[in-house]
Design a protein around this ligand. Structure first.
Ligand code: ZN
Length: 139
């Protein structure tokens, strides 16, 4: 893929690789926030994720990135994500505690955005008699 997005798709192998930094931000902040917003606003699952992603890509088109370059970059990133999913699924057999801990971390971050939004999800939390978490950052 020889286009202007090439450097945004491939890791530069430095300690502060922009690809890794962007992916970490998306994993830690955007994915849980989008899931919470969908839930809080009674939107179908993935509705905000899909339209948010499309709108962000639309900004790139508005700013002159070609549709072909966006398509190529997106296709490559989705290929990588599918590879990661396959790797994670095969690792689940070997290190289920680690992946379930990651899932629990993501879920607890998501729930910290709006405690009390979903009783079923909070039941486990209430069993452990935790204090309500701060919602200041996203209010
Ligand atoms: Zn990287």
């Amino acid at each position: 893929m020889a286009n202007q997005l090439d450097e945004l798709v491939h890791h530069d192998q430095t300690d502060d690789c922009p690809v890794c930094r962007a992916q970490n931000f998306v994993d830690l902040a955007l994915i849980p926030a989008v899931a919470a917003w969908e839930l809080n606003n009674e939107l179908p699952r993935f509705s905000l994720a899909l339209h948010g992603a499309a709108a962000l890509l639309g900004v790139m088109l508005e700013e002159g990135v070609t549709r072909e370059d966006v398509d190529a970059a997106l296709s490559e990133l989705l290929d990588d994500i599918e590879r990661q999913i396959a790797e994670t699924e095969s690792e689940n057999h070997l290190c289920a505690p680690i992946t379930s801990a990651k899932r629990a971390l993501r879920r607890s971050f998501c729930m910290s955005l709006k405690p009390g939004i979903r009783r079923e999800s909070l039941r486990h939390q209430q069993k452990q008699d935790r204090k309500p978490r701060s919602t200041q950052a996203f209010n």
